[in-house]
Design a protein around this ligand. Sequence first.
Ligand code: NPQ
Ligand code: MG
Length: 370
Amino acid sequence: MFSIERLRLRLIRLPLVAFFETSFSRIYDKTFILVSLDGNGVEGLGECVADTDPYYSAETNVTAWHVIKDFIAPLVLGRTYAHPRDVFPSLARVRGHHMAKAAVEMAAWDLAARLQNAPLGQLLGGTRTEIASGVSIGIQDSLDDLAGKVARELDAGYRRIKIKIKPGWDVAAVEAVRARFGAIPLMVDANAAYTLADADRLAALDRFGLMMIEQPLEYDDVRDHAALQRRIATPVCLDESIHSVRAAEDAIALAACRIVNIKPGRLGGHAEAIRVHDVCAAHGIPVWHGGMLESGIGRAHNIHLASLPNFSLPGDIAASRRYFVPDLIEPGIEVSRDGTVPVPTGPGIGVTVDWDRVAAATLEMHDVKA
Ligand code: NPQ
Ligand code: MG
């Protein structure tokens, strides 16, 4: 049982260590909303994964700020919850806006875990003490640059390499990586850059024995993914399309994918993410934890969630230093030589926030009490 007495929003901008390019954009810094919830003498933190532009999903930092401030805050402030799983249903009147909802919901889980003096993973139902870590390598300026990045990440110990693809940066990129590095655990992510008319081009990836191809087709197109999966041997993994438990059930029923990427921000928070995890487990669909270039705060949430049993493939949960130097937490998330990240054992998300760094990176603030 916990009460939400105060909500704070901070708009934060952090420079990225290196640019990150996907089929939809190239970014040099990350701008996001940090949510703090105070109640019962403790503070919970959540990080919103909306971007500056509506290119990965329809939400942006501006829509999330608006929806949290004007619609979600009035629903949660002054309210007492028996359990953090009750937060998402309490926001049902607000349609969509899962990233906005998730940032608040996840802060509530952190708050509840801290109140019990328990690590967040324990409340979520996690069963692992460490998780397997993979990397997502953006589109590069040249195949040489790509090979250099892959070499560095394999050297660091990461358990799986994902490369971003788009039309014009696909077969040749995969061919170059396979030629130089052999049978490494390798997958690709298209961020919805293709259509079913590209099926032959995507089938040309079959000979490389990829672990999976992530979200090749439109963000809202489950039926065409099912048609594509019938035409290619590489397992399809859905990311953008899995925006709810129902979307996951539909995708599984239509055989649109064999693997699911879970991001709590896309689903409305930890509780919905756990439901998708459970639905997938019941159908024998393995899941892995996606990434949204989170700071150490969002990254810590992801690690706890990824400690649940059906997260059986390495996630996009890499070390802080791949993205932010310095990070907002100290020490940052570290990856061991064998490509694993320990699940923090302290209360809540279990990482230490450097509030001076947060203050220095804050562009705007909103503070409201019950
Ligand atoms: C994906 N992430 O799996 C996403 C895409 C992505 C690590 O590959 C700001 C907000 C930047 C959202 C960059 C990875 C982002 C973003 C990439 C999402 O599809
Ligand atoms: Mg993806």
